[in-house]
Design a protein around this ligand. Structure first.
Ligand code: C2E
Ligand code: CA
Ligand code: CA
Length: 640
């Protein structure tokens, strides 16, 4: 018999190429890639055995029969081993996220058993010649010669059935593989049966390897490894395509909250399975929708508006789904998610701009708490534009040090003097308008720009104190933000500024809120103690807003408590409210703190505060915050 190896040579070349490509994988250390590489090496070994057996048959007269029998047996075993390995790989992929692991084990056992039959047949062949034999210098096919193909087709059937049973949770890659693989295998087997002298076993393997590569491996740049959904890059590209198509579509962004507790409760592996379940749900959402995994806990769904009209609003359907628990085997869990969505109907936004808007809406949704949802509409668009504009303004103001410090005098009624003042920042925008701190400080905190702004203010205040030593002030208070106060370099920078202007630490008073200290009370204590030793006084700002943890406050070296306006206002409230404010003041005074009442606007309020014996009063009643020159005038007038 004259066997031809041309097709096997091509098959070997294809596999070598696949090996080279798979070695180039960045994620080479994951199990899927490692198993895939094993498949390739086994395929190469099988082709080598095929070629060796053809060589043996060609030289049948020159080599002993037993050598030929051994080579052809090895070939039979390896070619079938290759089919078994590929079947195992595919079943592994199909059952990767299937909760009942005993199914996977059963399928593996069936594949192993089928290979066992082939191996037994090869051993039996040594005695019976049921598969092949060598007679009269000829290779002769036995009655069971086609057993290998029968087993191969059974593997295909087994994999096909396993896939169909699991098709609901199968990934897009698996779907791609199954769309082609069974047909290609059956087609090549039929060709092989038609042209029996042309060796094609290696080509079957090479084509399956190629399909696996195209389905599972080559998508490495655009697919998320765990869920096989497209990643962020793929999402941006797809958005570009959808916006070009000019058909309206919805984008839903989902962000899982507190997922750490899922991992803690069920373990990391099962946590991954919950993520996979969410991914599959989104992936199968509707015929034309596309799902993506943008970050570890962030998913997005692109849904054409026609689909939304047909099956209902996608955001409503998804939100409803998340009110119910997710089941993985016998575990179930209700996942907490925040939602943001946007309708694209022709706006001039590219992919990145759409994502930027969704993420902006997501921040608002997260602020709403568990399962919050925000639709990105015109109002949000304006807010976002305003915010962007404000950030730009802040950057520009920082570059040009375009901030002004206003000083609000504080009245010490016991000595009838304005003995201190609070420094309050104002930003000057490029049109020279004054922007109040509430408009930019919160944004400065989220963007981190606050640190730079804060140090500009400290420097301006120190410069002011150095050039106006005779205003009769015992000190000026500055407000510190969390980032500035907790900065490892804070003391060092403060020290540099204080020395630069020759200021005494005793005139520096720092106002911080309880929110800042409760973030890390131990660290706060260290910083405060160190600065207190140098002479700095600390004021607890905004006392009475939100909840107070007295044990934290009492454990820290605060000198003064500033009653927030909301609390100060209560002195004109009901009897009970006045009692409460009175008791709070009394308690702090007894504990040795000084008290400043903020936000006193009327004479009546001032009188009530005096009755409570607060030490100092700050408010519009005495003066609004004043630009430095006016503040100097104010102080000089009061002194005279
Ligand atoms: P705050 O520290 O509570 O400052 C007191 C705020 O109350 C000031 O608002 C002041 O103008 C206002 N105020 C004073 N008396 C009255 C009154 O009688 N009635 C009313 N309705 N309001 C009164 P401002 O200057 O707009 O500052 C707002 C907030 O911005 C400050 O609240 C502080 O949290 C922050 N801030 C101001 N300057 C700085 C700064 O340099 N650094 C940092 N980190 N935050 C600052
Ligand atoms: Ca303050
Ligand atoms: Ca305050």
């Amino acid at each position: 018999m004259n066997f031809t190896l041309t097709i096997e040579v091509i098959a070997a070349m294809i596999i070598v190429l696949l090996v080279i490509y798979s070695l180039d994988e960045k994620s080479a250390r994951n199990t899927r890639t490692r198993s895939y590489r094993c498949c390739l090496y086994v395929s190469l070994a099988a082709i080598a055995a095929d070629a060796l057996s053809v060589w043996g048959i060609r030289h049948i007269m020159e080599i002993p029969v037993w050598v030929n029998v051994a080579i052809s047996s090895l070939n039979y075993l390896l070619v079938n081993f290759n089919s078994a390995v590929l079947a195992l790989y595919l079943s592994g992929q199909i059952f990767e996220h299937f909760p009942k692991h005993h199914y996977k084990k059963k399928i593996f056992a069936v594949i192993a058993a089928m290979y066992g039959i082939v191996a037994l047949a090869v051993v039996g062949n040594l005695f019976s010649g049921c598969l092949f034999g060598f007679e009269n210098g000829q290779y002769v096919r036995g009655p069971l010669n086609l057993l290998g193909y029968a087993v191969l087709i059974s593997y295909v059937a087994l994999v096909g059935i396993s896939y169909l049973v699991n098709s609901k949770i199968a990934s897009a890659s698996m779907r791609n593989a199954m769309r082609t693989m069974p047909y290609v295998v059956c087609g090549v087997v039929m060709l092989q049966l038609l042209y029996r002298n042309v060796m094609m076993n290696g080509m079957v393997a090479a084509l399956v390897d190629l399909i696996l590569f195209l389905s599972f491996q080559s998508s490495r740049n655009s697919a998320d490894y765990l869920t096989n959904l497209g990643n962020r890059g793929a999402f941006v590209e797809e958005l570009a395509v959808w916006t070009r198509r000019k058909r309206r579509f919805h984008v839903v962004l989902l962000s899982l909250n507190k997922f750490g507790s899922v991992n803690r409760e069920f373990g990391q592996k099962n946590g991954d399975e919950f993520l996979y379940a969410v991914a599959r749900y989104l992936d199968n959402f509707s015929a034309n929708a596309r799902a993506y995994r943008l970050g570890s806990l962030e998913f997005a769904l692109l849904c054409p508006e026609e689909d939304c009209r047909r099956i209902g609003h996608c955001i409503e359907i998804i939100r409803e789904r998340f009110t119910r628990p997710w089941e993985i085997g016998d575990m179930e869990y209700r996942l907490s998610v925040s939602f943001a969505d946007i309708l694209w109907n022709g706006q001039d936004w590219d992919g990145t701009q759409i994502i930027e808007r969704l993420e902006y809406a997501m921040i608002q949704a997260k602020a709403k708490g568990s399962n919050g949802w925000v639709h990105f509409d015109e109002r949000l668009n304006e807010m976002m534009e305003h915010q962007k504009h404000m950030i730009e303004q802040m950057r520009e103001a920082i570059a040009n040090e375009n901030f002004a410090v206003y000083y609000q005098p504080i009245y010490c009624w016991g000595v009838d003097l304005f003995c201190s003042a609070e420094a309050l920042v104002r930003m000057i925008d490029k049109d020279g308008r004054i922007v109040l701190p509430n408009e930019f400080i919160p944004l400065g905190e989220t963007t981190g720009l606050i640190k730079e702004i804060s140090w500009i203010i400290v420097e301006k205040v120190c410069a002011f104190m150095a050039s106006h030593p005779n205003l009769g002030l015992k000190g000026i208070t500055i407000n510190m933000s969390m980032q500035q106060f907790m900065d490892a370099e804070m003391e060092h920078i403060l020290d540099k500024i204080v020395r630069k202007y020759g200021i005494d630490y005793h005139v520096l008073k720092i106002e911080i809120t309880e929110r800042i200290v409760s973030e890390d009370p131990e660290k706060a204590k260290k910083i405060m103690e160190s600065l207190t030793q140098k002479g700095v006084c600390f004021y607890l700002d905004d006392f009475g807003t939100g909840y107070s943890n007295f044990s934290v406050v009492l454990s820290l070296p605060f000198d003064t408590i500033k009653l927030d306006k909301s609390l100060t206002d209560k002195v004109l409230g009901t009897e009970k409210e006045r009692e409460i404010v009175g008791s709070i003041v009394e308690m702090f005074v007894k504990a040795g703190y000084s008290i400043v009442a903020e936000g006193a606007e009327t004479e009546q309020m001032v009188e009530e505060l005096k009755k409570l014996h607060v030490d100092r009063i700050q408010g519009y009643y005495y003066s609004r915050p004043l630009p430095d020159a006016e503040f100097v005038k104010f102080m000089r007038n009061k002194k005279d």
